[in-house]
Design a protein around this ligand. Sequence first.
Ligand code: ATP
Length: 270
Amino acid sequence: SKATVFEKGKGTNITFKDVAGLEGAKEEVEEIVDFLKHPKKYTDLGAKIPKGALLVGPPGTGKTLLAKAVAGEAQVPFFSLSGSDFVEMFVGVGASRVRDLFKQAKEKAPSIIFIDEIDAIGRARGKNANMGSNDERENTLNQLLTEMDGFGTNSGVIILAATNRADVLDSALMRAGRFDRQIYVDMPDLNERKEIFQVHLKPIKLEKELDVDFLSRQTPGFSGADIANLCNEAALIAARKKKKAVSKQDFLDAVDRIVGGLEKKNKIIT
Ligand code: ATP
């Protein structure tokens, strides 16, 4: 994903039906969709439309998907960048990227700006002061704060940012008029995993109807991204065996592979 620092304001065709579970989060972002579609409804009453919201939750739970769905539902362009892209940037590049992105988003307003992994640029300032790229990161963060303050509340641009570490973020980001709303995007429970399976089984050619309840019970601790990956892995396993359709056993084999991978990833090397 390093190559796509931002997708230049293309709309997305992702909608809320692509996002399984996450009822609470969807309800909260529905209001943002309404801000984008019917700003007058709010401004006529003298209300200030929020500039940004922070999507907080573990990796792979659908934060990016939800942000894209907001743009898709409101039918507005989606501009995105990832905090991790700024980590090894030359001096001045980060800040000018941010400036460019806001300029484009304002020109195309109403629009959405999505900043993934905002913690990579938004860590509290003044910590790790001896780390090399710190100054540039701070410049980028300062530019972001400047841009957020610089545009009027009713500019039609709404900024969504995602993080799994809200606790490390600079408090300046959370101040009123910036990311003053936090929306939680949690790991799916048993029922939500079923709904996620339903979405990701759709394109898969199955040997016979699969019991999603069974699959959901086999996958505690799986995120939405893990489930998407599992469905694809099962199809790859079936293809490797030159089968015409994917069986329950292929799914169980895929669970084993993925659980093995997760265990390796979580192993502490001493
Ligand atoms: P990260 O923090 O790692 O960037 P994220 O929370 O932004 O993760 P996404 O990138 O949105 O997660 O999820 C990756 C993929 O996993 C999605 O494109 C989708 O295929 C699948 N997925 C995740 N959550 C859901 C969900 N709630 N419903 C349907 N699919 C999901």
